[in-house]
Design a protein around this ligand. Structure first.
Ligand SMILES: [Zn+2]
Length: 154
């Protein structure tokens, strides 16, 4: 899809902040970064490589890849951030290309910031570009992948 932002942006991700954290033949994940200011640490976006609007449009192999990636990434997020919970959100309304938000909830997060408001907690761990990149390195090490450098060398 030529007009889809996510279809277009995939090729630039290896040079984006933190690079690719996870990749297989069908899906990939990277850390979410705000355009300005520090970013919430432990916020990943998992996307399909093929332009797929919703879960109902996945083929079986993609569905398996998404499920496996969610499990692996959630585990790595918990270990690397110390999160007590990893939230999973999917809307696909602003960008209608299947993508899942995986967001760490840290110990001590007040209950009024749980679930969809977790990113609004003013005391949540946030980081600049180098801190995001350091977390991505930890996640890749935990996942046993070297995605970023593999892609850059292609
Ligand atoms: Zn797309």
């Amino acid at each position: 899809m030529e007009t889809c932002l996510f279809c277009q942006s995939y090729k630039y991700l290896p040079s984006a902040i933190g690079g690719l954290v996870y990749e297989d033949d069908l899906v990939y994940a990277h850390h979410y970064c705000r355009d300005e200011g520090p970013s919430y640490l432990g916020y990943l976006l998992l996307k399909t490589k093929r332009h797929v609007p919703g879960f109902e449009d996945l083929d079986e192999a993609e569905a398996q890849a998404v499920g496996l990636a969610v499990t692996r990434l959630s585990h790595a997020l918990k270990v690397c951030t110390g999160a007590v919970k990893v939230y999973l959100e999917a809307y696909g309304e602003v960008n209608p290309h299947l993508h899942l938000h995986l967001i760490a909830r840290y110990p001590g997060t007040p209950e009024e910031y749980w679930r969809w408001k977790v990113g609004r907690w003013p005391e949540a761990p946030c980081g600049n570009a180098s801190e995001v990149a350091a977390l991505c390195d930890q996640l890749r090490a935990r996942l046993g992948t070297n995605t970023s450098s593999n892609l850059v060398s292609k």
